[in-house]
Design a protein around this ligand. Structure first.
Ligand code: NAP
Ligand code: MG
Length: 493
């Protein structure tokens, strides 16, 4: 990876508009540095403005006129080609992704593989854009519903999954016949450049997908406000999602919002604590805890709290921290110093609130660690549901154990947050499992495993975790298409 970076890093990238790489009208670029090699320049990226956004949206709007008429099986075939190209160039994509984001190479390969899988599901779904045919009220009338793509989609992505999140928005948009302008996070624009190249190589016509890089305020905001944008698929913070929804509501543009989480794992009289600990630790600390579906609260009956905490501590000892490319490393740095500072502040908050820090929370600065934002994974116990560390999204490697007296209290604690994205339960009691699935306020529920989702199932959250049709699965067509109802009187006698 390092040798590859020495050879390929440091170029200047423009925006991808109407099939061409164009410098920003601002004439400015911003440098991007390696997350685990602070002084290694990865590239210069266009520091775009409203003018660039307008060009890109107009290109997408023009391309929509023909792309929306391309037969769905042809769109599907292009997506299948694109999925193959993601796999062909997995190594390069993983290097770019690990360099800009920091996650380990194994995680990056996993992410690229997942992006290919989701693309193939979207390609298949292009062939299932179904409608209904219903009996007419009158004789000789044929009643049916037909779905049409809605138009230009603004795709706005965060920095934690720089390959799969853009693909999760672009692939279904194309499958259903929409066109796209993507704005990646400022921290992670590099892999998206490569995604544009692969889409072009897959044969996508000019203007169907466009990339504009730059800041949230100068690029994201005008993109959301652009009158020709018909749908906004946004993944990011709840705060930003609420603002976007207000703006979109003003012109009845659609939104698909994937927002924050504070995901619980409830453990009820579970006999396999080692297994539960493995599942919880993996779900809590993958991507250094910077996942919207990361488990951040463990809610356990008092009598098992200490045994489970011990099992989690034992499992956490398997975590080896280091840079992406190092053999045996399974946790990379956090994405940036400023994010590390925000996560670290919660260690202090937890201590002040009276929670007990059992391990972790230290900033690592010796040797190699001085080149990135490293922190040891933290575990608090004796946490109560009212504490801030039990309620607020930390988005880093910090896990809290909350002891409770019975099942009812466990479910109440699980629901006592503003979020509702993913939830797990570990139990061998069938009734408890179903009661939880029934009562938990969460978009996704996992019984007896962590919060890993599948590449063909709807993905989304309730409460402040999301809004609009879920992404990934068949639910996507509710976002990317609109319905027309057609009545045909085929006999007038
Ligand atoms: P964020 O600050 O909301 O940023 C997300 C994206 O919005 C970035 O591309 C950002 O651009 C852009 N943005 C910023 N200001 C904007 C504006 N005024 N108008 C339009 N776009 C704007 O979120 P983040 O800190 O990058 O990501 C972490 C958050 O994402 C967490 O809360 C996490 O839970 C959530 N997340 C949710 C899911 C899910 O599927 N539910 C998945 C992953 C992450 P800049 O980068 O240029 O600021
Ligand atoms: Mg932000």
């Amino acid at each position: 990876m390092l040798a590859w970076l020495d050879q390929y890093a440091g170029k200047t990238y423009g925006n991808f508009i109407q099939g061409e790489w164009l410098a920003s009208k601002s004439g400015r670029t911003v440098p991007l540095y390696h997350a685990a090699r602070k002084d290694q320049l990865l590239g210069y990226f266009a520091d775009s403005t409203e003018e660039d956004v307008d060009l890109a949206v107009k290109a997408a709007h023009e391309a929509f006129k023909t792309w929306s008429r391309v037969p769905a099986p042809e769109r599907s075939t292009m997506l299948l080609t694109f999925a193959g190209l993601l796999e062909r160039d997995a190594k390069e994509l993983a290097y770019m992704l690990s360099a800009e984001q920091g996650k380990t190479l194994a995680e990056s390969y996993g992410e690229v593989g997942r992006a290919a899988k989701e693309t193939r599901f979207a390609a298949g779904d292009a062939l299932r854009i179904d409608g209904e045919t219903l009996p007419g009220e009158r004789a000789h009338v044929w009643n049916s519903t037909v779905r049409y793509p809605i138009g230009v989609i603004a795709a706005i992505a965060p920095w934690n999954f720089p390959v799969v999140t853009p693909v999760r928005k672009i692939a279904p948009a194309l499958a259903y016949g929409c066109t796209v302008v993507i704005k990646p996070a400022s921290n992670t624009p590099w892999a998206t450049v490569k995604i544009m190249e692969l889409l072009a190589e897959a044969g996508l016509p000019r203007g169907v997908v466009n990339l504009v890089t730059g800041s949230g305020s100068r690029v994201g905001d005008p993109l959301v406000r652009h009158p020709l944008v018909r749908g906004i698929s946004f993944t990011g913070s709840t705060k930003q999602g609420l603002t976007i929804n207000e703006i979109a509501g003003g012109r009845l543009a659609r939104t698909q919002l994937e927002l924050g989480g504070k995901n619980p794992a409830v453990v009820l009289d579970y006999p396999h604590l080692e297994y539960a600990a493995k599942q919880i630790v993996s779900a809590a600390f993958t991507c250094s805890g910077q996942r919207c579906t990361a488990i951040s609260r463990v809610i356990v009956l008092q009598h098992q709290a200490e045994a489970l905490t011990e099992a989690i501590l034992k499992e956490m000892k398997q975590i080896k921290i280091g840079p992406a490319w190092e053999q045996g490393v399974n946790m990379g740095p956090l994405v940036s110093e400023s994010h590390l500072e925000s996560v670290r502040s919660y260690i202090e908050v937890g201590k002040r609130e009276g929670a007990r820090l059992r391990t972790g929370g230290e900033i690592l600065t010796a040797g190699e660690f001085s080149n990135g934002a490293y922190m040891t994974p933290a575990l608090f116990d004796q946490v109560t549901p009212e504490m801030r560390i039990a309620k607020e999204e930390i988005f880093g490697p910090v896990l809290s154990v909350i002891p409770v007296k019975d099942e009812q209290e466990a479910f109440e604690a699980a629901n006592a947050v503003d979020y509702g994205l993913a939830a797990a339960i570990f139990t061998e009691n069938l009734s408890s499992a179903y009661r939880y699935a029934d009562q938990i306020e969460s978009g996704m529920v996992h019984v007896n495993h962590g919060t890993a989702s599948a590449a063909h199932m709807p993905f989304g959250g309730v409460k402040l975790s999301g809004f609009g049709p879920y992404s990934i699965g068949s639910s996507n067509k509710e976002f990317f298409t609109e319905t027309k109802v057609v009545y045909v009187q085929y006999e007038t006698r």
